[in-house]
Structures are given as structure tokens and as C-alpha cells.
Design a protein around this ligand. Structure first.
Ligand SMILES: [Zn+2]
Length: 100
């Protein structure tokens, strides 16, 4: 099964936000070979989301969460871009000054 592609994060595997590791995704409830390890900003602590549910927006929708801190998108004016970036793109640490 090939990973979905993300326009604004073309290589999430090499960034270690998506890992090849078995998971049972809490969103689609399917067994997947890849799991998301990046930041997810939501009220509930959610683990084990699969990349497919990120891509189609269902993870963000289900938990009312975002994959980027939307404060960091303040200077972006195109809503379409923001929408795809925060709801349908795997986040990674280091979009901005956040540095571990
Ligand atoms: Zn899923």
C-alpha cells in the first residue's frame, strides 16, 4: 500500500513524522502499516492516526484538531492553503522557531 502524498510535506517519512510501524488507526479503525508520530493539536490526546486519515481530513474532523499550530499560519492569507496545511498535512516540529 502506498502512502498518500502531501503537497506541503512531501517527505514525512524522512522527517520521522510518519513511521513504518503497525497501528490500528482510531479514526478509520483499520490496521495500517504506517503511523503518524508528529504533533496533533486537539483536546483529546490521540495516538496511532494513519496517514490516510490525515490526507482525507477525517482525523482532523473527528477530533476537531489540527496538525500545525495555526498561530504560525497568521501571515498566510489564502484560506485554501491554511485549510490543507493544518487539517490535511502531517505536521513536523520545526515549521517555525519550535526547535527541540
Ligand atoms: Zn485511519
Amino acid at each position: 500500500m502506498t502512502l498518500p502524498t502531501f503537497k506541503y510535506n512531501p517527505d514525512p517519512v524522512s522527517l520521522n513524522v510518519i513511521k513504518k510501524e503497525p497501528t490500528t488507526c482510531p479514526v478509520c479503525e483499520k490496521d495500517r502499516e504506517y503511523v503518524y508520530h508528529g504533533p496533533f493539536y486537539s483536546v483529546e490526546g490521540v495516538k496511532g492516526i494513519c496517514p490516510w486519515c490525515i490526507r482525507d481530513g477525517s482525523a482532523a474532523k473527528k477530533y476537531d484538531g489540527t496538525f500545525q499550530d495555526d498561530a504560525s499560519c497568521d501571515d498566510v492569507e489564502q484560506e485554501e492553503y491554511i485549510d490543507e496545511l493544518i487539517f490535511r498535512t502531517p505536521g513536523y516540529r520545526g515549521w517555525q522557531q519550535e526547535y527541540w
